[in-house]
Design a protein around this ligand. Structure first.
Ligand SMILES: [Zn+2]
Length: 177
């Protein structure tokens, strides 16, 4: 499996992480699935609903409101999700994945991320340290949901598209995010 995107897509994700620091940003990746590759065509920045705690609580009760905040959780408004899926279909695209940031934490999925993910989709995480976006990794949930597996990111327009220059294969889960 590999996720193909271009430098503009990557920059859009990194910029969003910088803009929303120190809260988590989130968004949707639209594109095409081709065999075992997914090609990103559009990166759509969304509002992290956790920044509106009242609304977020209506949709998804939190176990521990003091620990689960917009700084370490993201939540996509289902109305945004529906609107974007509809728009994507009209353009002949599909949702191929999601992205979010980890402020001051590594670009590795947390156990929370795993519990709220679906198989097949790409989950791109950008680590943002002191408002500065660092590494970007993509992950795919195993079919039995037991773990995330690293997914290569291939940059289009890159002289060596198979070198996966931004991917780091760290397998551990970070705490709390
Ligand atoms: Zn996360």
């Amino acid at each position: 499996m590999a996720l193909q995107l271009n430098r503009d897509h990557l920059e859009a994700i990194r910029d969003h992480g910088r803009r929303d620091y120190p809260t988590e940003c989130c968004g949707i990746l639209l594109g095409h699935a081709k065999g075992d590759h997914k090609q990103v065509v559009e990166v759509i920045a969304l509002k992290n609903l956790r920044r509106e705690p009242e609304k977020a609580r209506e949709l998804l009760p939190v176990a521990d409101p003091d620990r689960e905040t917009e700084r370490n959780r993201f939540l996509i408004d289902p109305r945004d999700q529906l609107r974007i899926e509809k728009g994507a279909r009209a353009k002949g695209l599909e949702v191929v994945g999601y992205y979010h940031s980890h402020p001051d934490h590594p670009a590795q999925p947390s156990s929370y991320d795993r519990e709220h993910a679906w198989p097949w989709y790409s989950y791109v995480i950008v680590s943002v340290q002191d408002a500065d976006p660092k590494e970007v990794n993509s992950w795919v949930l195993a079919a039995d949901r037991s773990r995330f597996e690293p997914e290569a990111i291939q940059l289009a327009n890159s002289p060596h598209p198979h070198a996966a220059p931004v991917h780091l294969s760290e397998h551990s889960e970070s705490n709390g995010l």
